[in-house]
Ligand binder design. Structure first.
Ligand code: ASP
Length: 451
């Protein structure tokens, strides 16, 4: 167990974040980040970028093997196809429901505030939209033609589908497949240890990622778009602290306060990386070890949520639609808003949680309701910061739904949930002395045999 006197990893990561904000804003404010300057070339685009990107790469490196192993174990752990089906249906329904409520809330906030009214359209026409993939393709593409290619390309829905099938087939084979299950379990454990290793450098990496983002923040743009930014931030906070927490309380009866205090580091990782997908290892670890969700549920709900659940992103689309419609003087009306809600929910199913994907989804929504795609150019400049914020909301939704589903299936360890220190780590990499001794013996034995 960890020494309680030591500083926890979460505290270190939060310190890294706070320092990153201070240093980044200082660089931005003093103009030290001018293009070509020493700070710009060697620090912001040099050191910060290298450290940050290396860390995000390391997180992404873990995602596919972690999801594969833990989901195979998860399916075998559930051991019952009916339960598996229920977990799937419940989490899907909750993900869709929360996303729809999120975007409806966002539209309500934006319409009430009347953002964008009276503003002139001066667009950066460099943004070109994307066609919405037909819904039929979304379903067809869940099934990989080549599972290895799905893993190579990080196609999460396909990886999930394949892993579930492998798990079910193992169950059908029965006893003979025992060593396969054991192998998957060891694989899962090894991957979780790898998460620990990567997380050990998180405080520095979070510092670098956030300092870079803040140093590059366009304050002038923020001022121009203050209405849009403020309404969206308020709507996101409302969703995070009210809607999601009420949902948690109503569906599970669990304490929202405890929940919020335990998922802080997931939110910080999502904020710094702006990617739900890259945050999967941290979300998985937190919901299982800090919140007590059994791996058999979390291994499915977390990667599934990172792919299809994007409450924060849907909210951005709601606020942006109202904002741009007002600027261009387009009257959307009730049916327009309903279309926006439906489109945003569907778009979130078909697109993965990676940085900036929200803007691509927005272009699909605009195309559907007849708003000019160039309008997106208006909000492009502030999108990075908002992407960070909405990703933190996206992953919070994944954790809420995982907890609710686990509780309803009797797969939540209440002792872990209620223990404020459960799963806290210091981030130190400790090697088990006994294991080290055993390994040393194996190595010595091999050497003497070879001599
Ligand atoms: N970055 C978001 C996520 O990974 C998606 C987006 O809003 O662009 O969840």
């Amino acid at each position: 167990m960890d020494q309680p006197t030591k500083v926890s990893l979460t505290a270190k990561v939060l310190m890294g974040m706070a320092l990153g904000i201070i240093v980044g804003l200082f660089i931005n404010y003093t103009g030290l980040n001018a293009p070509g300057s020493f700070i710009n070339v060697y620090i912001v685009d040099g050191l910060f970028q290298v450290v940050g990107k290396m860390f995000v790469n390391a997180l992404k490196m873990l995602v596919v093997p972690l999801v594969l192993f833990s989901l195979i174990c998860g399916v075998c752990g559930i051991g019952n196809l009916n339960t598996l089906g229920r977990v799937g249906v419940k989490s899907f329904a909750l993900y869709i429901l929360t996303t729809a409520v999120a975007i409806a809330t966002a539209i309500l906030f934006a319409v009430t505030a009347g953002i964008g009214q009276g503003m002139q359209a001066s667009t950066d026409s460099s943004f070109s939209g994307k066609e919405a993939p037909p819904l039929t393709d979304v379903f067809i593409n869940i099934i990989p033609t080549n599972p290895i290619a799905a893993m190579v390309n990080g196609e999460m829905l396909q990886v999930i589908f394949f892993a579930i099938l492998v798990g079910i087939s193992i169950l059908m084979v029965g006893k003979k497949a025992r060593s396969f299950i054991e192998g998957a379990e060891i694989g899962n454990e090894v991957m979780m240890k790898m998460v620990t290793i990567v997380m050990a450098v998180a405080p520095y990496a979070v510092f670098a990622l956030i300092a870079k983002a803040m140093a590059e923040l366009g304050f002038d743009l923020l001022k121009v778009l203050i209405g849009y930014v403020l309404v969206l931030v308020l709507a996101l906070l409302f969703h995070l602290f009210i809607t999601l927490m009420v949902t948690l309380k109503v569906f599970s009866g669990l304490s929202p306060m405890r929940f919020i205090s335990k998922i802080r580091n997931v939110q910080v990782f999502a904020f710094s990386t702006a990617s739900s997908n890259a945050t999967i290892p941290v979300t998985m670890r937190t919901v299982t070890e800090r919140l007590g969700v059994n791996n058999s549920v979390a291994s499915f709900t977390v990667p599934f949520g990172a792919t299809i659940n994007m409450d924060g992103t849907a909210m951005m689309q709601g606020v942006a639609t109202v904002f741009i419609a007002n600027i261009y003087g387009v009257e959307l009306g009730m049916s327009g808003y309903l279309t926006v809600i439906a489109m945003a929910v569907l778009a979130s199913i078909g697109t993965a949680g990676v940085p900036g994907v929200g803007l691509v989804m927005l272009s699909m929504v605009f195309a559907q309701v007849g708003l000019p795609i160039e309008g997106i150019g208006l909000i492009l400049g502030v999108d990075r910061l908002l992407d960070m914020m909405r990703t933190a909301v996206n992953v919070s939704g994944d954790a809420v739904v995982s907890t609710i589903v686990a509780k309803s299936e009797g797969k939540l360890d209440l002792d872990v949930y209620n223990d404020p220190d459960a799963g806290l780590t210091t981030g130190d990499i400790v090697l088990d002395e006994e294991v080290e001794r055993e390994l040393a013996e194996v190595v010595t034995a091999t050497h003497s045999r070879l001599e």
